[in-house]
Ligand binder design. Structure first.
Ligand SMILES: *[C@@H]1O[C@H](CO)[C@@H](O)[C@H](O)[C@H]1NC(C)=O
Ligand SMILES: *[C@@H]1O[C@H](CO)[C@@H](O)[C@H](O)[C@H]1NC(C)=O
Ligand SMILES: *[C@@H]1O[C@H](CO)[C@@H](O)[C@H](O)[C@H]1NC(C)=O
Ligand SMILES: *[C@@H]1O[C@H](CO)[C@@H](O)[C@H](O)[C@H]1NC(C)=O
Ligand SMILES: *[C@@H]1O[C@H](CO)[C@@H](O)[C@H](O)[C@H]1NC(C)=O
Ligand SMILES: *[C@@H]1O[C@H](CO)[C@@H](O)[C@H](O)[C@H]1NC(C)=O
Ligand SMILES: *[C@@H]1O[C@H](CO)[C@@H](O)[C@H](O)[C@H]1NC(C)=O
Ligand SMILES: *[C@@H]1O[C@H](CO)[C@@H](O)[C@H](O)[C@H]1NC(C)=O
Ligand SMILES: *[C@@H]1O[C@H](CO)[C@@H](O)[C@H](O)[C@H]1NC(C)=O
Ligand SMILES: *[C@@H]1O[C@H](CO)[C@@H](O)[C@H](O)[C@H]1NC(C)=O
Ligand SMILES: [Cu+2]
Length: 598
């Protein structure tokens, strides 16, 4: 009901505002005939009174508003935002417990990259680690025709060797919230991550933007140490995280550390940008006595819907609006690891939201352990309705060739200390992304002799729909959901459920959720679709850091023949220099690539 009246309200508002057709609504079915001809649309005159403000968030700039389709159009702002990110190893205590952290510019989480929709983002990354490479990926950023800027070592670049720098340049074609993180083995679990906030129009109004709020599991042991044990089957199942960090902080079991705090003024509405930057844990989030109005999933604005608890998988983002309409007081904000897709010593992590003028800055203990009524690991797919509606053509049954099995293998259990024996497979293969010879090198060499463990799927044809069934097979490993992430695209989630997909399950082709991460249910299936409109080598993987490290990924080589044309001479020079420097470093590096390298 609520949603319906919202749509009608918006549509009538739009009709009021515009005499001419609006780009977004004019293209209910996706894709212009030739997506290669997509360009930023020329500015379109708008009534001067449609100005983006707290009470008119659907407006943006001349010619662009919430109805514009970011898949095909974005403002040409002529503005460039620049950032420097330096990765270095420090000792930090995010929750009061000291441990080595691979920090960015001395902090964890790293600084927030901020831009406006349509801006060019230029980031120079410097690796100041002693004994580790790094590789910075801009999660969820579509990198339309800029595959070489994706920052995925072994696929789009060699790792960045210690002492080296690399400048990335890409356009913010989408808007919303995301994060950047290292793709060098499970390095991001040790701290190499930070938020990305791209401002644009919104599907509902709010007064203040509280900015990004990362939520994640946190281990006192380093990722390298954990993955060593996991890969050799020295521990059974995933390691137990020691804590949950909310915006990079929390109290610890001994009482040290500090809660994250936010302040609200009664009567105002606040936008909060939630990001799960975790390693293994997936959460439900809620603020006592308040609902949340969800307005964006990943980088895709949705028809606003209201909920008291919100599930967020690793790599997923939700922008929510909190209405400060309750009695002046302090309230617990809960981040609850979901059993079945988490393993954490902390079962109900909290931070604090206080109203201005509250007498108590700490909420009463009675609601300290409030928890969602149900515990599960599922995306709320039926509530996630993209605001700009795009449909998927139904071409009959999904062929068996679309199947990509998720499986778990222990190769051998002989001298376990010597070698990695545990693998997660996608379509029978544990992906290996060779650091010294990334996929783009093959493409630039016109070399199609890909080693099978690159797990490469060729998609040579342009602007074709491609459909994928990610299918968990019953395994010796515990049944576990997997947050699946695709680079280079927002995919369409046609369906997800338990059991084996056999085309008898119904799929949603009408404006399904589109995003860049979605949950594969435990022992279940998920059907995805995307269009081959972005030439490049794009990784698809489980975002549980342990799982991708142990192989749970594949790469789509999309339109190999068109990739070289997206790499200019300067970028090619950077690519070559980065590989050369890596070779020199790797010759006598202490640590060599193990596992996928991703
Ligand atoms: C919001 O947009 C409407 C419709 O264009 C306009 O009438 C109104 O003046 C705008 N309000 C503000 C505060 O900009
Ligand atoms: C990074 O360095 C640490 C030691 O500081 C080492 O244990 C780890 O294996 C290295 N990881 C990689 C991927 O090189
Ligand atoms: C997160 O922490 C930073 C640094 O302390 C602070 O500036 C920011 O307001 C916090 N954001 C939220 C949403 O709590
Ligand atoms: C939250 O939403 C529920 C269900 O729609 C509603 O019953 C409840 O009154 C709402 N609470 C607040 C504080 O708005
Ligand atoms: C704070 O405490 C004072 C004194 O007890 C009381 O008069 C006031 O109403 C309280 N304010 C709030 C917001 O609870
Ligand atoms: C899954 O892995 C197990 C253990 O290695 C193996 O026995 C089984 O054949 C595999 N199944 C599929 C469908 O890949
Ligand atoms: C591997 O061998 C170790 C040592 O014998 C044993 O404890 C462990 O259970 C074995 N793991 C598997 C998966 O068989
Ligand atoms: C690869 O093929 C393209 C197109 O045929 C050609 O222009 C280019 O020089 C080739 N590159 C190499 C390294 O052979
Ligand atoms: C192509 O790649 C394979 C695997 O890395 C390598 O063995 C072969 O020498 C390469 N061929 C050419 C012509 O570069
Ligand atoms: C999946 O693996 C099988 C067996 O190796 C292979 O025949 C098939 O082509 C692969 N699927 C895709 C989409 O590459
Ligand atoms: Cu996984």
């Amino acid at each position: 009901m609520y949603r319906h009246s919202f749509i009608i309200l918006f549509l009538s508002l739009i009709q009021l505002i515009y005499a001419t057709p609006v780009p977004g609504t004019a293209q209910l079915l996706r894709i212009p005939d030739d997506p290669d001809l997509r360009r930023p649309w020329p500015p379109r005159p708008l009534p001067p009174n449609c100005v983006n403000s707290a009470t008119n968030r659907t407006c943006w700039t001349r010619g662009y508003d919430i109805n514009s389709n970011p898949e095909t159009t974005w403002p040409n702002t002529g503005r460039t935002v620049r950032y420097n990110l330096e990765v270095e190893k420090l000792t930090l205590a995010p929750d009061g417990v000291s441990r080595p952290v691979y920090a960015i510019n001395g902090q964890f989480p790293g600084p927030t990259i901020k831009a406006n929709w349509g801006d060019t983002i230029v980031v120079t990354v410097k690796n100041s680690l002693q004994n580790n490479g790094t590789s910075m990926h801009w999660h969820g950023v579509r990198q339309w025709k800029t595959n070489a800027m994706d920052g995925t070592n072994g696929i789009t670049e060699c790792p960045l060797a210690p002492g080296q720098s690399r400048t990335y340049r890409f356009i913010a074609t989408q808007y919303g919230t995301s994060w950047y993180h290292s793709h060098h083995s499970s390095q991001y679990s040790d701290g190499v991550l930070g938020p990305i906030v791209i401002d644009g129009p919104a599907t509902a109004n709010y007064d203040e933007d509280l900015g990004a709020m990362t939520v994640q599991d946190w281990f006192y042991e380093t990722a390298a140490s954990n993955i060593y044990k996991l890969s050799r089957a020295l521990i059974q199942g995933n390691p137990t995280a020691n804590n949950v960090l909310i915006n990079g902080t929390n109290v610890n079991a001994q009482g040290g550390g500090a809660y994250n705090r936010n302040t609200m003024e009664k009567g105002k509405k606040y936008r909060l940008r939630l990001i799960n930057t975790g390693t293994n844990d997936n959460f439900k989030i809620g603020l006592d006595k308040h609902n949340m109005t969800v307005i964006v999933m990943d980088f895709v604005p949705i028809v606003p819907y209201t909920t008291d608890w919100l599930f967020i998988g690793i790599g997923e983002r939700y922008d929510v609006i909190i209405n400060a309409d309750q009695p002046i007081d302090s309230y617990w904000f809960h981040v609850v690891p979901q059993v079945g897709c988490s393993k954490n010593a902390v079962t109900n992590a909290v931070s604090i939201f206080s109203y201005k003028g509250a007498n108590n800055t700490t909420p009463s203990s009675t609601t300290r352990n409030n928890a969602p009524p149900t515990n599960d690991c599922l995306d709320p797919n039926t509530d996630l309705i993209p605001y700009v509606p795009l449909n998927v053509p139904s071409n009959g049954p999904i062929p068996a060739s679309s199947n990509l099995n998720v499986n778990f293998t222990i190769l051998a259990n002989t001298t376990a200390e010597d070698a990695s024996v545990v693998q997660w497979n996608l379509n029978f293969t544990a992906i290996h992304a060779p650091w010294e010879k990334p996929t783009l090198q093959y493409v630039l060499d016109n070399n199609t002799t890909y080693p099978p463990n690159m797990n490469l799927i060729n998609l040579p044809n342009r602007n074709q729909w491609s459909f994928w069934v990610i299918q968990a097979v019953p395994t010796r490993a515990p049944a576990q959901p997997h947050p699946m992430h695709l680079h280079g695209h927002d995919f369409y989630v046609l369906g997800a459920g338990t059991g084996t997909f056999d085309n008898t399950q119904s799929l949603n082709y009408v404006n399904p959720p589109r995003r860049d991460v979605a949950m594969l249910p435990a022992n279940g299936y998920m059907v995805l679709a995307f269009v081959t409109d972005n030439p490049g080598a794009w990784l698809m993987h489980c975002h549980v850091a342990w799982h991708i490290d142990l192989g749970l990924g594949a790469q789509f080589l999309e339109r190999a023949d068109d990739i070289a044309g997206t790499i200019d001479l300067g970028t090619k020079g950077d690519f070559d220099r980065q590989c050369k420097a890596w070779d020199v470093y790797d010759n006598d590096a202490v640590y060599k690539q193990e596992g996928s390298g991703l």
